[in-house]
Design a protein around this ligand. Structure first.
Ligand code: DLZ
Length: 155
């Protein structure tokens, strides 16, 4: 499993992890979830410690994350979506709203939320970043373990 050297593999065996997955571009978001789960497993997070919540699109991941915070005891949440620029302004509006929504959750709430939303200009970019060698989900899983451990620590 090759990931960025800035992301060490830590012991996540004590963590409960939530994943919020948008169904838009589901071929890509499913692969990103698989990447996340692979690195979570490599850190010792077992299948039963992972809760996956599906939402319609990337715009809804922020609501999904807050819902997981209110209804479960997860230590960290990964929001996963894929936005591909089309002919409309939706792309900019949704990307901006989701980025701000996730940031606000991180500022206002205790549970860290990982930004796992790809913003791509083309379908080809989305494919490269989500399936095959460059699955960004791998890095998001490692990031989630590090932040989940920080959430549980006293420092
Ligand atoms: C409407 C829309 C568009 C145009 N593009 C995407 C996209 O590329 N990726 C994605 O996850 N969702 C998209 N959506 C749907 C919105 O995220 C949202 O589900 C709807 O606007 C309903 O709130």
């Amino acid at each position: 499993m090759k990931t960025d050297s800035a992301l060490p593999k830590k012991d996540g065996s004590s963590l409960k992890v939530g994943i919020v997955r948008a169904r838009w571009h589901d071929r890509y978001t499913n692969s990103l979830v698989r990447g996340c789960k692979k690195s979570l497993r490599a850190c010792g997070v077992k299948h039963k410690q992972i809760t996956v919540l599906d939402v319609p699109g990337a715009y809804e991941v922020v609501y999904g994350a807050r819902h997981l915070m209110e209804t479960t005891d997860v230590d960290v949440i990964i929001c996963i979506g894929v936005l591909i620029k089309g002919d409309t302004m939706h792309f900019e509006y949704i990307a901006d709203a989701v980025a701000h929504g996730i940031m606000e959750l991180n500022v206002d709430e205790k549970v860290p939320v990982i930004f796992g939303v790809l913003t791509c200009l083309t379908d080809e970019q989305a494919k490269i970043r989500s399936i095959g060698k460059h699955n960004h989900g791998l890095g998001w899983g490692l990031t989630a373990v590090e932040m989940g451990l920080l959430h549980k620590s006293n420092v």
